[in-house]
Design a protein around this ligand. Structure first.
Ligand code: G
Ligand code: G
Ligand code: MN
Ligand code: NA
Length: 253
């Protein structure tokens, strides 16, 4: 409970940070970035989200953390460089955050207040988020679509009923889980699974992001089968502080 108490304090104390990891197309052009929250702890240093998001998700604390991330992501997205270069931002959502009855109106207010273009925002959701109340999730996704905000299904392929959901969810993108990407070039099973996911995504007209691309062999495997997808991973860039990413993107051609 110490972490919970300190995290509650951290939000108001300005200890949360946004890091951005680039997403690139086949030509190496940056198309946008995924937002990954970090906690600059006064004693423990920079804490990765894997160590505090799961704790925050056990209570309504995730609503505060997620609200902070969304507000600051919208402020970032309002920077002129995003519109000028057509760069997108993807933000991770927790189930409990998405299920808040006021989630959509609050996001609409954040977008309006910041001046960010909703069409440049993607919200990453996981299957767990749709499972509990499917109809409510679909209704909210339609409201988000009306705002112009895209939905991406994160960690795709690791859940239990991803394929059935594809047919029924109003989403625009899937992210191939990095466990498939990692072994696709060397393991025939994973290779076939990736090919299957690409084929299904093409059929449904979904954008694809491959996560965790670390080697040229993985990038080549994907490029040979789907030249139009987006890549994210250490091969192309690590998550970096938002200010650093913003500074770098001013210099891109
Ligand atoms: O960077 P790291 O591998 O520790 O991230 C672990 C997990 O934390 C990832 O699955 C990522 O989706 C999640 N995460 C990162 N930032 C956020 C955020 O702002 N909100 C939520 N809900 N999850 C996040
Ligand atoms: O679950 P989600 O897709 O939101 O998780 C994103 C996490 O994956 C981030 O915490 C990020 O640090 C991590 N990540 C990004 N690129 C790579 C990569 O190339 N390899 C590995 N192992 N992890 C990565
Ligand atoms: Mn993600
Ligand atoms: Na993921």
């Amino acid at each position: 409970f110490r972490v919970e108490r300190e995290l509650r304090h951290a939000i108001g104390a300005g200890e949360l940070r946004l890091h951005l990891q680039s997403q690139v197309d086949v030509s190496g052009r940056v198309t946008g970035a995924e937002v990954l929250v970090r906690w600059q702890h006064p004693r423990d240093g920079l804490v990765p989200p894997g160590l505090f998001i799961p704790i925050a998700e056990e209570s309504d604390l995730i609503v505060s953390v997620g609200g902070w991330v969304l507000a600051h992501s919208c402020a970032l997205l309002a920077q002129p460089v995003f519109k000028a270069r057509g760069l997108r931002l993807s933000v991770n959502l927790s189930a409990r955050q998405f299920r808040q009855p006021r989630f959509v109106p609050q996001l609409r207010a954040l977008l309006a207040a910041s001046g960010a273009d909703p069409r440049l925002l993607t919200l990453e959701v996981t299957e767990g988020l749709v499972i509990d109340d499917f109809d409510d999730a679909v209704a909210k996704m339609h409201e988000l679509a009306a705002l112009g905000v895209d939905i991406s299904l994160d960690d795709f392929g690791t859940g239990y009923s991803s394929l059935a959901y594809l047919k029924r969810l109003p989403i625009q993108e899937i992210k191939i889980d990095r466990s498939f990407v990692r072994d696709a070039p060397t393991n025939a099973d994973d290779g076939v699974l990736v090919e299957g996911i690409l084929s299904v995504a093409r059929h449904f007209g979904l954008r694809v992001v491959a996560e965790g691309v670390e080697t040229q062999a993985q990038a080549d495997f994907l490029r040979q089968r789907a030249p139009d997808i987006v890549y994210q991973g250490y091969l192309f860039g690590r998550p970096e502080p938002d200010a650093q990413w913003l500074e770098a993107c001013q210099t891109w051609k």
